[in-house]
Design a protein around this ligand. Structure first.
Ligand code: GLA
Length: 574
């Protein structure tokens, strides 16, 4: 009866009321969900910091989104890379040229791999990467943790392994993973009535009823008038588990499990299937529209010769846990893909800086460090003062979560965009540097070079973006995001400890009138974010005007509207 099950998995699933279908290479939610089922093997046991060796200081680069949106093509990207190399931006530390949304075609190839837009990137991405690498720069790419991107193009949910391998092969070194069209892993679990183990030629090996399982937590047996056979409930939201033991097979290999479930409810369900306490698989059940009360879910698992056990549970107590799991999974695929590509080709591994972009919806600062290298903390920035202030207010509170290898990301820079005044541009850049934010430029940097390819060093926006003293604050190896030491609601005083017992102080005037503020070093010394040694005198350098002065204790400033004063402070020797 089970003959041919693997070959006809999608058809069987549909017939069984599972409700998933694969439709050619057109990407639709059902197809993506089906692939998630088929590519089911996962391992999420021990979770540690992502630790892929990159982003030890906040990443620096450029992204196509803020200025060019859906209008990107190969010529533009090469011009941008050229401008980055020749304008002085690359020398200042900017290294990633990132393609945001809209680089991809709306179809995948016959092997389900991404294809670049045929018109905009006719050579594909790999040759473009090679050209940009020759300029000493790296390339980033974009997808979404959903069925489609925010511009409704194909995305990576269910294609994580294929897409990670494709990016590794193309030589990509930065990957932004968005949250549009996401499909959270359900926190509900299916109701299990029976478990059947077969070989994949359909020979039944063992069969268990609900009452044969060892139930833990809140798992229990239930039945109802429409369905007198007992089934297991209470496996949802990480509150219970059901384990079937004593599954004997004669040799190591792949076997099919058929789970007979009690169909109920217009919502997706999910079970983690843990085999012998280590290998884990995903199993999804669709919302039921069926008129019959039982359905079947099938999954190929690997069993060992002798006795085996299979445990069913749903580890996700909340949508937050489920989102974290999906982002962690993509990160693992990226790491695996770059390693495997390097091993196979005898080349040096190119790790991918992994940028999580779920807008702070699932508190990524709590799990981002084990998932990737940076995580967006807010919705999208725009080139307006209120947007910059709003994002700053959300991000500044998250200081304790940032550090080398894992950064809060208050979104890409809008310096040079919109109607921002020079003071606002300077303040935006300064505050991002104080917050140890990734410095991903969002303006048209082609304006920074002339027809002969020479840097226009007198361009005021270029001067802001290449202020090496501010970049040094952002890139300081201690990797500490500034603390908001105090605020009078108009002026915030930000303090960022630096290497070698130095300190950056920023007076940030958020309001539309000139203001005065001061801070005393003795007050700062009493905090846990100031490593300045006790001394008689301190040298303070204004990082925009470059003026130096000596402070005994109090440092004061008059700050223009929507403006900053930033000082680097160290002990005066001698
Ligand atoms: C979301 C992200 C943006 C950008 C767009 C692309 O809005 O937050 O940064 O990547 O998608 O569509």
């Amino acid at each position: 009866m089970l003959n041919g099950i693997l070959k006809a998995a999608a058809a069987v699933a549909a017939a069984a009321g599972i409700g998933y279908a694969i439709k050619g290479n057109r990407i639709d939610p059902a197809a993506a969900a089906a692939r998630t089922v088929n590519a089911a093997k996962v391992t999420t046991k021990s979770q540690t910091a992502y630790d892929n060796g990159v982003a030890l200081t906040p990443p620096m680069g450029w992204s196509s989104w803020n200025t060019f949106r859906n209008k990107i093509n190969e010529e533009l990207i090469l011009e941008i890379a050229n401008a980055m190399a020749k304008s002085g931006l690359a020398d200042a530390g900017y290294q990633y040229v990132n393609l945001d949304d809209c680089w991809q075609s709306s179809q995948r190839d016959e092997n389900d791999r991404f294809i670049a837009d045929y018109e905009a990137f006719p050579r594909g991405i790999k040759p473009l990467v090679e050209d940009i690498n020759k300029l000493g720069l790296k390339v980033g790419i974009y997808s979404s943790n959903g069925t489609h991107t925010c511009e409704d193009l194909p995305a990576s949910l269910g294609y994580e392994a294929i897409d990670a391998a494709t990016f590794a092969e193309w030589g990509i070194e930065y990957f932004k993973y968005d949250f549009c069209h996401s499909k959270p892993i359900p926190t509900s679990a299916p109701y299990i009535e029976k478990l059947i183990i077969s070989t994949n030629d359909g020979t039944e090996i063992a069969s268990f009823n609900a009452k044969d399982a060892t139930l833990e937590g809140h798992a229990r047996l239930a039945s109802d008038s429409k369905h007198p056979e007992e089934y297991i409930v209470g496996l949802s939201s990480n509150i219970g588990s059901a384990t079937f033991s004593g599954i004997n097979v004669e040799e190591d290999g792949n076997y099919v499990i058929t789970l007979i479930i009690r169909k109920k409810g217009l919502f997706y369900k999910y079970a983690r299937v843990e085999v012998n306490g280590d290998t884990e698989y995903d199993l999804y059940a669709a919302p039921t529209k069926a008129s019959t009360s039982d359905g079947r879910l099938q999954l190929t698992i690997r069993l060992n010769k002798g006795e085996n056990s299979v445990k069913f549970y749903n580890p996700f107590a909340s949508r937050m846990d489920a989102a974290a799991c999906q982002y962690i999974r993509m990160g693992r695929e990226l790491r695996k893909a770059t390693k495997e590509y390097a091993e196979k080709n005898g080349t040096e591994e190119k790790p991918i800086c992994y940028s999580i972009c779920e807008w702070g919806f699932n508190r990524p600062w709590n799990w981002g460090k084990e998932a990737g290298n940076l995580w967006r903390t807010t919705l999208d920035i725009t080139a307006t003062w209120p947007s910059i202030i709003s994002i700053y207010e959300q991000n500044v509170r998250l200081a304790r979560h940032a550090g080398p290898g894992g950064w809060n990301d208050p979104d890409m820079l809008e310096v040079g965009n919109g109607e921002l005044s020079m003071d606002e541009n300077i303040a935006h850049f300064s505050v991002w540097c104080m917050m140890a934010a990734p410095l991903i430029l969002g303006n048209d940097i082609r304006r920074f070079i002339d027809e002969n390819g020479n840097a226009k060093t007198d361009d005021p926006i270029l001067q802001i973006l290449t202020n090496k003293d501010l970049i040094a604050i952002d890139q300081d190896k201690l990797g500490v995001q500034c603390r908001r030491h105090k605020t009078n609601l108009k002026v915030d005083v930000l303090v960022k400890p630096l290497e070698n017992n130095e300190l950056a102080i920023c007076f940030f005037n958020k309001f539309g009138e000139e203001a005065c503020e001061s801070v005393s070093i003795s007050e700062l010394l009493a905090t846990d974010y100031c490593d300045l040694p006790v001394a008689d005198k301190y040298v303070c350098t204004d990082l925009w005007s470059k003026e130096e002065f000596i402070a005994i204790d109090t440092i004061g400033a008059t700050i223009a509207p929507h403006s900053v004063k930033v000082y680097r402070i160290k002990v005066k020797e001698g």
